[in-house]
Design a binder for this molecule. Structure first.
Ligand SMILES: [Zn+2]
Length: 299
C-alpha cells in the first residue's frame, strides 16, 4: 500500500503534469471507485461524479496523510485514497476491445502493473490522467470543501511527520498514554498520518526497537531514537521516489528506488545487514512485522 513517500511522489508528479488543467470528461468502467458526498452521505455515483467533475479546473494539488487532494474550481475537492494497489499515470490511452490501451511507449505500455486502467480524466490537448488499480480498492471521492474540512475522517488524522510542526515534543504528546504496541501505534493514522507497514518496520529497525514493545513503556532515549528514525526513513523513501516491491509506480509509470535501501521489510529469513542474523516476521494485529531479533531486542 502506498505510504507517505509514495503518495508524496505521486503528488509531485501530478503538480508537474496536471496542475492548472481543465477536466473535460471522465471515463470509468469501475463505478464503485467514484463517490460523491452529498447531504451528509457518501454514495457511489458515477453519473453524478462525472457531471460534477466535468468542466472543473485543477487549481491546487496536495496531500494529507495517505490521501491525495485535488482542489477544483467552485470549491470542490477530489479526495483520492489509493488503498492497496492504486496509482495515477499521465499519458494517453485509447479504448480497444473494451480496454484502455496505452498509446505512449515505455513503462506505461510495457509494465504489466500499469495496465489496469479503471478511470481516465480527459484534460484537453490529448493529455490524460488515468487511475490504474489492480485490486480496485482505490476511492475517488468528490467533496464540497466545507464538508471535507468538517468530516470526521479528515479531522481525525494525526500530524504530518515531515512538517516543521512535528517536533519531538509533539511526537511525545501524540504517543502519550497509548497502550498499544509501538508498531501498531506508528501505523495508526489518527496518531501520525502517512506511516504504514513498510516505513514503520524500517523506522523501528533504525531505532533498534522491538515492534512488540508497549508504547507507554518506552524511555525518553528510545522515543528520541524512534522520532529521528521515522523522519529519516520517510525522507529516504521520498528521496528514492518510494518503494516498488509490488505495484506502486510514479506518474510516468516508473518504479521507485527504495527497495534496495530497505533493511527489514519483506526480508524474512534473509540475513540482517548489520549482524547477519536472519530477519524474523511476526503478526501484530493481523499485519506482518519484520525485524532483526538481535538488533531489536525485546527487553
Ligand atoms: Zn541485526
Amino acid at each position: 500500500m502506498p505510504e507517505l513517500p509514495e503518495v508524496e511522489t505521486i503528488v509531485k508528479g501530478l503538480k508537474k503534469t496536471v496542475l492548472g488543467r481543465k477536466i473535460e470528461d471522465v471515463w470509468s468502467d469501475t463505478p464503485k471507485i467514484t463517490r460523491v458526498f452529498k447531504k451528509g452521505e457518501m454514495k457511489s455515483d458515477f453519473p453524478g461524479f462525472k457531471n460534477e467533475v466535468k468542466g472543473k479546473k485543477i487549481l491546487k494539488i496536495g496531500r494529507r496523510g495517505k490521501n491525495i487532494l485535488f482542489f477544483l474550481s467552485e470549491g470542490k475537492i477530489l479526495l483520492v485514497h489509493l488503498k492497496m494497489t492504486g496509482h495515477f499515470l499521465f499519458g494517453k490511452w485509447r479504448m480497444e476491445n473494451g480496454k484502455q490501451k496505452s498509446l505512449s511507449k515505455g513503462p506505461l505500455a510495457e509494465d504489466p502493473m500499469n495496465r489496469f486502467i479503471r478511470a481516465v480524466f480527459y484534460l484537453g490537448k490529448e493529455k490524460q490522467l488515468a487511475l490504474c488499480d489492480l485490486r480496485k480498492f482505490a476511492k475517488m471521492e468528490l467533496w464540497d470543501g466545507k464538508d471535507l474540512k468538517n468530516s470526521k475522517v479528515f479531522s481525525s488524522l494525526g500530524p504530518e511527520p515531515l512538517s516543521a510542526g512535528f517536533t519531538f515534543k509533539k511526537f511525545k504528546d501524540v504517543l502519550k498514554n497509548k497502550k498499544g504496541r509501538i508498531k501498531q501505534v506508528l501505523m495508526d493514522q489518527t496518531v501520525i498520518a502517512g506511516i504504514g507497514n513498510i516505513y514503520s518496520d524500517e523506522a523501528l529497525f533504525a531505532a533498534k526497537i522491538h515492534p512488540l514493545k508497549r508504547t507507554f513503556s518506552l524511555k525518553e532515549k528510545e522515543l528520541e531514537r524512534i522520532y529521528s528514525a521515522v523522519k529519516k526513513v520517510l525522507k529516504q523513501g521520498l528521496d528514492k521516489k518510494g518503494e516498488s516491491f509490488s505495484d506502486f509506480r510514479t506518474v510516468s509509470g516508473e518504479k521507485g528506488e527504495f527497495d534496495s535501501f530497505r533493511q527489514v521489510y519483506r526480508r524474512e529469513g534473509d540475513p540482517c545487514f548489520k549482524c547477519k542474523k536472519p530477519i524474523k516476521r511476526i503478526k501484530i494485529g493481523g499485519r506482518s512485522s519484520c525485524f532483526c531479533p538481535k538488533c531489536q531486542p525485546e527487553s
